[in-house]
Design a protein around this ligand. Structure first.
Ligand code: ATP
Length: 357
């Protein structure tokens, strides 16, 4: 067992994730509705990501749960107790924000100790617990450093230690990785998940990055215009998007002109089963994943316009005779050239579809 794992198991012994329930939560900002009836139930120890485009209400939902924002309707409960009128410091929640927000005049250790000091924990216990939290984030030897002596990733680890040292029942993370470069982002994201799993702490993580959400969360809630459009496991969202918005937002999709006839999608002479709810017949856009299109001897004529090597796979773009552009995901040993004539075929997997815009 390494130091970080040992430290987190000591914390885990005293940390138990809470249930979180948001029911019909509404928030207005001077007449403008930011949250339009949010229903979200999070199980103890679950890691849920709130995913959605800018302005859809992710941060507002997180701030409502934390108590930083007062709500205009609905209920919020933690472990079955309504906390709508409970102030921030009584909700037993740890928070990490996008900006590291460490106190610049305090060392890392003092930053981590801060929450315990506010809770009037004795100095010796404070120090022991803060050191343990620093070990947990892999920075046990950096307690003496000030924020300006730490990298962005290290500062964010200190912020995480500071959020967890008080042994909160819920952890809220608001875009904690977006200021970091790509490699550190992936490392820290995996580390957050490891620590969260070790501690069993109920976690809500806000991000606009779908790859990040799908990579770490047990379930992802896709938000749109103040509502949760769909919530499910990453596999459910990717494989069975309930709406065109989710299909378009989660993962890559080709937009294929099609007709809906008797509940089945007809595209270029091929019939594809429809995912999600039944919709009225008519012209639609079908959302077809790049891995659901393949090269074929028989198929739609197309001309290659681009092809990118992505390590373990390749994505090739090709234009059909009617100008529709399709992206195909395929093995790296097929290497189409720009301008090459190819034939494409749908593999036949079900697709989502929405009214053509
Ligand atoms: P982003 O990814 O850009 O941070 P978000 O999904 O977190 O976006 P919110 O910050 O929750 O979105 O904002 C939701 C809506 O509420 C937006 O229309 C925003 O302009 C508005 N809003 C947020 N905070 C305030 C505020 N303090 N006063 C007025 N309007 C606000």
């Amino acid at each position: 067992m390494n130091a970080a794992t040992a430290a987190s198991s000591t914390l885990a012994a005293t940390t138990t994730g809470a249930t979180v329930d948001l029911v019909g939560v509404i928030k207005d900002y001077s007449g403008q509705r930011a949250l339009n009836g949010i229903d979200l139930a999070i199980a103890p120890g679950e890691f849920v990501a709130l995913l959605g485009p800018s302005g859809c209400g992710k941060t507002t939902a997180l701030r409502a749960l934390s108590g930083l924002e007062h709500v205009d309707g609905g209920s919020i409960s933690i472990d079955g107790v309504d906390v709508v009128d409970t102030p921030v410091n009584r909700r037993d929640i740890g928070m990490v924000f996008q900006s590291y927000s460490l106190f610049p005049h305090m060392t890392s250790l003092q930053n981590v100790e801060f929450g315990l000091k506010m809770r009037k924990v004795r100095a010796d216990e404070r120090k022991t617990r803060a050191l343990e939290a620093l070990e947990m984030v892999g920075l046990g030897d950096m307690g003496h450093r000030y924020a300006h002596q730490l990298s962005g990733g290290q500062q964010q680890r200190i912020a995480l230690a500071r959020a967890l040292v008080t042994r909160p029942r819920v952890l809220l993370l608001d875009e904690p990785l977006s200021a970091l470069d790509a490699k550190v982002r992936v490392q820290l994201r995996d580390e957050i998940r490891r620590i969260q799993t070790d501690l069993g702490i109920t976690t809500l993580f806000v991000t606009h990055d779908q790859e990040e959400a799908l990579a770490v969360a047990d379930r992802v809630a896709v938000m749109r215009e103040g509502r949760i459009e769909q919530i499910g496991t990453p596999e459910q969202l990717y494989g069975s998007p309930a709406t065109p918005f989710v299909a378009n937002f989660v993962g890559l999709s080709n937009r294929v002109p099609a007709e809906l006839i008797g509940g089945t999608v007809h595209a270029y002479g091929v019939q594809l089963a429809l995912l999600g709810d039944r919709q009225p017949d008519g012209a639609v856009t079908a959302f077809v994943r790049p891995e659901d299109i393949t090269f074929s001897a028989e198929g739609l004529d197309a001309t290659v316009t681009a092809s990118s090597f992505l390590g373990s796979l390749r994505r090739t773009r090709a234009t059909l005779l009617d100008g529709t552009e399709l992206t195909v995901q395929h093995e790296v040993d097929i290497h189409p050239q720009i301008g090459e004539k190819v034939r494409l075929r749908f593999t036949g997997r079900p697709v989502s579809a929405g009214a053509r815009s």
